[in-house]
Design a protein around this ligand. Structure first.
Ligand SMILES: C[S@@+](CC[C@H](N)C(=O)[O-])C[C@H]1O[C@@H](n2cnc3c(N)ncnc32)[C@H](O)[C@@H]1O
Ligand code: SF4
Length: 182
C-alpha cells in the first residue's frame, strides 16, 4: 500500500510583550499573566478535534511553534505539551521542532526546558542589526540583546538556530561583523 507523505504540525502561541506596528500575524499584547494551563488544555482539545478527521498514525516529521512569541511560555509548558503529543501522535525519530523567540523576550532559564521537551531548533526574530531600524520598527530589543539571545541559546545547547531578518532592513556591514564575531 502507498504510504501518505509525512505531515508537519503548526502550533500557535498568540501573545507578545508588545504588538509591533508592522506585524500581520495573529499576535496580541500580553496584558495579564500567561494562562499557560488553560492554553495547554485548549491546544489539547483542538488536537483531539483534529484527530477526529486526521489519521493519528500518519507520521509527523516536523513541528513549528510560532506566534506571537512562543519563547514567553515556560519550559514546563512545552514539556507537558510534548508528553501529550508523544502519546497521541506518530512523531518521527528525526523530528525537527522549531520554536520562535523574540530577542527581547528571551528568558535563558526557559531554554533548558525547551531542549528537555524535545525542541531542537530556535528561530530568533532579529529583524535587523541596526538599532535605528529596530527603533523604527517598534521592536522591544536592540542589537546587543540579539547577540546576547544568540549566545545564550548556543550556551544552553541549541545548535540549529535560524536568524529571522527582514529583507531590505538588513544592514549588510553589520551582518558581516556579526558572522565574524558570534
Ligand atoms: C510572527 S514573528 C514570531 C517571532 C517573534 N514574535 C519576533 O517577532 O521576534 C515571526 C517573524 O515574522 C515577521 N513579521 C511579522 N509581520 C511581518 C510583516 N508584515 N512582514 C514581514 N515580516 C513580518 C517578524 O518580524 C518575525 O521575525
Ligand atoms: S513580537 Fe513578533 S509576533 Fe509579536 S507583534 Fe512583533 S513581530 Fe508580531
Amino acid at each position: 500500500m502507498i504510504q501518505p507523505p509525512p505531515l508537519s504540525l503548526y502550533i500557535h502561541i498568540p501573545w507578545c510583550v508588545r504588538k509591533c506596528p508592522y506585524c500581520d500575524f495573529n499576535s496580541h499584547e500580553l496584558k495579564a499573566d500567561l494562562p499557560e494551563q488553560q492554553y495547554l488544555q485548549a491546544l489539547l482539545a483542538d488536537l483531539k478535534a483534529d484527530l477526529n478527521v486526521e489519521n493519528p498514525l500518519r507520521e509527523i516529521h516536523s513541528i513549528f511553534i510560532g506566534g506571537g512569541t512562543p519563547s514567553l511560555l515556560s519550559g514546563q509548558f512545552y514539556i507537558d505539551l510534548f508528553k501529550q503529543l508523544h502519546q497521541q501522535l506518530n512523531l518521527s525519530d528525526g523530528l525537527e521542532v522549531t520554536i520562535e523567540a523574540n530577542p527581547g523576550a528571551v528568558d535563558s532559564k526557559h531554554f533548558d526546558g525547551f531542549l528537555e521537551a524535545g525542541i531542537n531548533r530556535l528561530s530568533l526574530g532579529i529583524q535587523s542589526f541596526s538599532d535605528h531600524s529596530l527603533k523604527q520598527l517598534g521592536r522591544v530589543h536592540d542589537s546587543a540583546q540579539a547577540f546576547k539571545a544568540y549566545r545564550a541559546a548556543r550556551s544552553a545547547g541549541f545548535n540549529n538556530i535560524n536568524l529571522d531578518i527582514i529583507f531590505k532592513i538588513l544592514n549588510f556591514c553589520k551582518v558581516d561583523f556579526v558572522f565574524h564575531n558570534f
